[in-house]
Design a protein around this ligand. Structure first.
Ligand code: SF4
Length: 92
């Protein structure tokens, strides 16, 4: 019988390798005017790390986003509609 630990579609779309994440973060870092400071980035990831919606240590199950990528951007916020844990930075 097949191992049913993970949803088949998740393997392709949600779980990503460390190398892919690092490449995404590198690309984000090139958008210097669009990204937050390292302090804000760390604070956002701290919130994600203790969030019940973080899956596989990488992915927000609420939105499907890779949190280490999403948290880089000023214009992105935590997607939780009821109680977002970090805000986007308006007007910056
Ligand atoms: S983005 Fe928001 S909902 Fe998603 S894992 Fe981070 S804190 Fe949780």
């Amino acid at each position: 019988m097949a191992d049913k630990t993970f949803c088949k579609s998740c393997l392709d779309t949600v779980m990503v390798s460390e190398e892919v994440i690092q490449e995404l973060v590198r690309e984000a870092d090139e958008e210097i005017s669009k990204i937050v400071t390292n302090e804000i980035y760390s604070a956002r990831l701290t919130q994600c790390s203790s969030c019940e919606f973080l899956q596989y240590g990488t992915t927000c199950s609420y939105s499907g986003c890779i949190v280490r990528y999403r948290a880089k951007f000023k214009n992105k916020g935590c997607p939780h509609t009821g109680k977002p844990k970090w805000d986007r930075m308006m007007g910056e």
